[in-house]
Ligand binder design. Structure first.
Ligand code: NAP
Length: 297
């Protein structure tokens, strides 16, 4: 007889709801890691995926309040669009300009951003002096915003964001002018990369290039990667596959490689900590993700 708890034992009339909103959402790994932690913590919660189209965002949030949802994560394409629907936004999320974690209070929905904590977690052990250093960030989307904020927190001297769309890139740079974060940010086109790469101490892939199923792709090809200094850190926000082609090429020149799994784990653990006010087993979340990824191979 199986000792695994059955669904009818896990979800009852008292179960509280958490979840993640996005469009699409079916590829999200968040339910796997959150439900694993919830089970281990012995909490009467369930974490569900909610596919919400942009035009339904306001209705969905009002509905969540009506059904007493405790909190939820926010992913593409709602991280910025949700901000006007919240009654309170943490200074961290305001500074980044994006929200990934929301919870209900007496006054309405409050939002914050745990992606920065997630991004920084694998870099905390690095005994580097980040001043006098340059970070090169590939991509100017939502995740790149958390990376820029993370670099500001590290005290990185110079941050260079590389984008393919000059208009979006200019808007990205402009959006940091009003930010309370102190960041020395410049932008560049992909064509300028050969002149920039050898100065990078931290090289971050914040694009989806190389993500499964297109696992043989890399935002930087081998010939160009040869310019990366061996003492640099290459950080890919992608967590499937592990490692990506980008990280394999960086390791080939001697750089230290960090993939996106720990960022995913730590941003999730920080969110669950907010919702439950309990200490959260990040190791259980990591193991659940690793098992889930291995089963998909
Ligand atoms: P996003 O908002 O859609 O931004 C993607 C960025 O990549 C955009 O700047 C886009 O350029 C650029 N891009 C896409 N395809 C490109 C191509 N072929 N050539 C050049 N640039 C390209 O997505 P996001 O939320 O920032 O996510 C980016 C990556 O980070 C994804 O792989 C995601 O899975 C990963 N991520 C990981 C975590 C984690 O916890 N590990 C968290 C968040 C995101 P345009 O702006 O010109 O379209």
């Amino acid at each position: 007889m199986s000792l695994e708890p059955k669904l009818e034992q896990l979800i009852t009339g008292t179960t509280k709801l958490l979840g993640v909103i996005g469009d699409p959402i079916e590829h999200s790994f968040s339910p796997v890691m959150h439900n694993a932690a919830i089970a281990q913590m012995g909490l009467d919660y369930a974490y569900l995926p909610f596919p919400i189209a942009p035009e339904n965002l306001a209705t969905a949030i009002a509905g969540f309040a009506a059904i007493g949802l405790v909190g939820f994560n926010v992913t593409i394409p709602h991280k910025q669009a949700i901000m006007p629907l919240l009654s309170e936004i943490s200074p961290a999320a305001k500074a980044i300009g994006a929200v990934n974690t929301v919870w209900h209070t007496e006054t309405g929905w409050t939002g914050t951003n745990t992606d920065v904590d997630g991004f920084l977690a694998p870099l905390q052990g690095e005994s580097r002096d980040w001043q006098q250093r340059t970070a090169l960030i590939l991509g100017n989307g939502g995740a790149a915003r958390a990376v820029v904020a993370g670099c500001a927190r590290l005290g990185v001297d110079r941050v260079c964001v590389v984008g393919r769309n000059p208009q979006k890139l200019a808007q990205f740079a402009q959006s940091w002018h009003a930010s309370p974060l102190s960041v020395n940010l410049e932008t560049a086109s992909w064509e300028q990369l050969p002149d920039l790469l050898d100065r990078a101490t931290l090289l971050v892939n914040a694009t989806p290039i190389g993500m499964a199923p297109e696992t043989d792709r890399s935002p930087i090809e081998a010939e160009l990667m040869a310019k990366l200094a061996p003492e640099a850190i290459a950080y890919d926000l992608i967590y499937n596959p592990r490692p990506t082609q980008f990280l394999k090429l960086a390791q080939g020149v001697g750089a230290r490689a960090i993939d996106g799994l720990e960022m995913l784990v730590q941003q999730g653990a920080a969110a669950l900590r907010i919702w439950t006010d309990r200490s959260v087993p990040a190791d259980v979340m990591r193991e659940a993700l690793q098992r889930h990824l291995a089963a998909r191979k």
